[in-house]
Write a new protein. Sequence first.
Length: 252
Amino acid sequence: MPVRALSFGAVAEAYERFRPGYPDELFDLVAGYASHPIRTALEIGAGTGKATRLFAGHGIAVTATEPDEGMLAELRKHVPPQVTPVRSSFEELSVEGAHDLVYAAAALHWTAPDGRWPRIAGLLNPGGVFACFGGPVELSDPDVEEDVRTAQAPYLEGSDIPSPDGTPPEAAMQWPGTELRESPLFADVQQHVLARTLTMTARDYVSHLSTISAYIQLPAGQQDEVYRRIELALPPVVELTADIWVHLARRR
């Protein structure tokens, strides 16, 4: 597992406060895709439980796996009783039984590619659903985005994580749908985009950036300077594009 994947525990409280959650529209999309009621689910990389609460809130018994103890401790504060937290990386996961749903919320790219799809298929009942969803939270105004890039340039070029399989951003099908289509273990691969716009104060947006791995990895002194520069470059309130990209597939 990349070191960046285990860097979030130190900012778990900020992650919980400043990362956006997931809307009921997402649950409706996943539930509508499933061919039968979803009673049990396993979550890969649950973080502080943003997506955990969405699915558990609809009566699903969720096993929420997360390798970082700091993130898992924050999750335990916020999830209902039918959630079973498990500290484990995806690669070391040992869970009995299969599930109606396996899902990853902005976490699948942290997992090792070798054996990823057979491992996920093995966690699903026949006909069970795999769902992967997430997406960047970006400044909607390109001029403001350029000002931020300029402000942080001496310390950080960018925070984007490239597509794990090299799929270009203009391609019709994005990762992981590209790999799911090639896997003999899955069928009926679908891609959806749930449009979403958010607003934040400049201070809250900077706090949101402090939960992103590229910023977390900067030396402490540089972090402070980058955040100061970015906040000075921002208007008091910023509009954000936070579309949710959803990929769905069914285990054969």
